[in-house]
Design a protein around this ligand. Sequence first.
Ligand code: PHE
Length: 347
Amino acid sequence: MNDLDAMQAQAAADFAAAPTAAELENAKARYLGKAGRVTELLKGLATLSGDEKKTRGAEINRLKGGIEAALQARREALAQAELEAQLKAQALDVTLPGRQRGDGGLHPVSRTIERIEAIFGSMGFDVAEGPEIETDWMSFTALNNPENHPARSMQDTFYVDVKDAEGRWLNLRPHTSPMQVRYARAHAASHAGTEPMPEIRVIAPGRTYRVDSDATHSPMFHQCEGLWIGEHISFKDLKVVFTDFLRRFFEDDGIQTRFRPSYFPFTEPSAEIDMMFAAGPLKGRWLELAGSGQVHPNVVRNYGLDPERHIGFAFGMGPDRLTMLRYGVNDLRLFFENDLRFLSQFR
Ligand code: PHE
């Protein structure tokens, strides 16, 4: 091996050993730079003469070409390796499942309310919503609770020290019964002069508030009011409608209901409605489900109607309790803690 072949081999080895592009350029300078070994060889040509210079010059040029080729090859290899490393680092596994938002679902109590609306809707009941902040008149006075009458304390109302623009006391409604009055008054007004007035048939679900808190009571809970006013609507209709509702709601045609005498200022007579399942774990036990009664004549008068002519029933039930019974939930507070482990079971 002559000196030039040895230098060519040395350069190729140096290039191969350079792990990065920067080190490769340093190695290049050692051969091809201003003071590089090939450059030095070329400078040495000046001392030669004639033919010698020609032959040696050609050999050095061949060497230079060989070194440049080795350099270029190494440059390409390094660039390729770098590209591959980069691609590997940024690798995207297109077969991974995407990040999903997760399936949402309705709250179990909302599902119950929708179910109540669907069943009563199929029986011709309208659905109404009303304010949760009510006037004292709507929550009590219109419902035949005389001011300062002890019956007002039947409900553990959240009284607030606030009046509205017209100077009326406000409260968080303790029941949905004010909706009887709101809906019936609007109905009577919009059908004024229509003879006979179309019947009032409405349910009004929504949030209600009382100072009460344990496993079966929450300061915020739900009620659903029902009202059917016509010219001949009686307890008999209430029993048919409510029993039919329960059988459809719980999908149990053997459900029985009974009325138990009770007292509400706004109904006379008044009754609690109890139900009994024909099957399942609660079979054979009477369960209290709703308050109800024939609407009191004073209340019908506050609807803006003549109690001699317009009669009917009202009831108030608890969608929270219906939900507990339907799904076998034993603590009402679970509905309002918003623990997803609980709620996601109802999706
Ligand atoms: N409002 C009553 C309550 O909160 C329930 C009820 C509604 C009773 C309608 C009779 C008629 O307990």
